[in-house]
Design a protein around this ligand. Sequence first.
Ligand code: FAD
Ligand code: DHB
Length: 391
Amino acid sequence: MRTRVGIVGAGPAGLLLSLLLAEHGIDSVIVETRSRAAIEETIRAGVLEHGTVETLRQYGVGDRALAEGARHDGIELRFGGQGHRIDFANLVGRSVWLYPQHDVLKDLIAARLAAGADIRFECGDVALRDVTSDRPVIAFTEADGTAVELECDVVAGCDGSAGISRHTIPDAARTDYFRTYPFGWFGVLVEAPPSAPELIYAHSERGFALVSTRTPTVQRLYFQCDPDEDAAAWSDDRIWAELQARVAGDGFSLAEGPIFQRGVIPMRSYVCEPMRYGRLFLAGDAAHTVPPTGAKGLNLAVADVLVLARALDSYYATGSTALLDSYSDVASRRVWRAQHFSWWMTSMLHTDPAGSAFDVRRQLGELESVTGSTAGSTYLAEAYTGWPVEF
Ligand code: FAD
Ligand code: DHB
């Protein structure tokens, strides 16, 4: 088989890339290990930056996000038992949208299949070959066992943090920047009405908690936990008691209800540089991971793909490799800004198990500075709602 751009992975990065390429008349094939149903059911991120929603709308896949998602004009930072609003709309004139990642994926998959896109789900033994030649190959086995060799002009490695693409880059040709955190997030989905009109990022001496939302009847809540915590070992009562204790103060409490989904999410920061090797280009989590506190993961994948799609369009339209050659440098500038923001939000709001009373007081001083100053709040609002994409 042959295609122009072979895409490994049907996550947000891979699906959006195939959509943008199709807009420019560039054909692609997506090779994905999971089933469509598994992709459409996996619960992940929930916050879409202003620019991400604008991109979805511009390319005809934003209708449901705009109709069923919720626009949020600010967030609350909660510390010392009191809430402090960061007013995005007033500070930077932008907002974010609450719309779940799996719904973004449903919309993208439906749109791509309706347009006749070639997406191979449930593939096995995916491997990349000859990526430094001008005819790189994605080798894989189809769901029915047929072995396929897909010859491409370019391969886009969009296969997430556990994918194979970046491991195709020899150790000597890449640098891995890596940091783990001594905590994870215990995430639950609950049947309950919203407890607050906007997201709450709560600092407490028992650790961080995040109050998010999905629909008028389903809420998404997280709290900092041990990275090896066994989610199944917690009773619903214990989960509610922990969450309530972390957001308490000012007469506030969470609306409770049945917990129907739970899990522990690890926290790490990772960047692979360069994001390119020969004719292999990495995008999204395949090249970088951020801790979820800044809600940047999905949005960074979208920004990478906008830059990569423009570079590929320029290559096919003019034959010039200039934008492909600068892709890694251009994309990684935003990646490092988002790495800093995600690390900063994490370190300001989470309790370090090895930390001291000094660290807690320092965090409170920092939160006072951020919420008590227009300059401090504006940085948070700019970063959270998303910087403009630079090409
Ligand atoms: P992915 O969404 O990971 O997509 C990669 C795709 O490649 C997957 O469909 C995978 O099945 C496929 N694949 C993997 N290996 C292969 C292979 N060898 N061959 C072919 N296909 C392959 N971000 C936030 O902002 N907030 C959150 O709350 C949040 N929660 C998260 C929870 C979890 C459990 C995880 C894992 C991530 C979370 N993220 C969150 C991060 C966010 O979901 C990611 O940043 C986003 O999904 C990145 O999109 P992507 O397309 O780059 O990668
Ligand atoms: C959600 C996830 C995040 O990482 C975040 O910062 C805010 C909200 C969510 O899943 O709703």
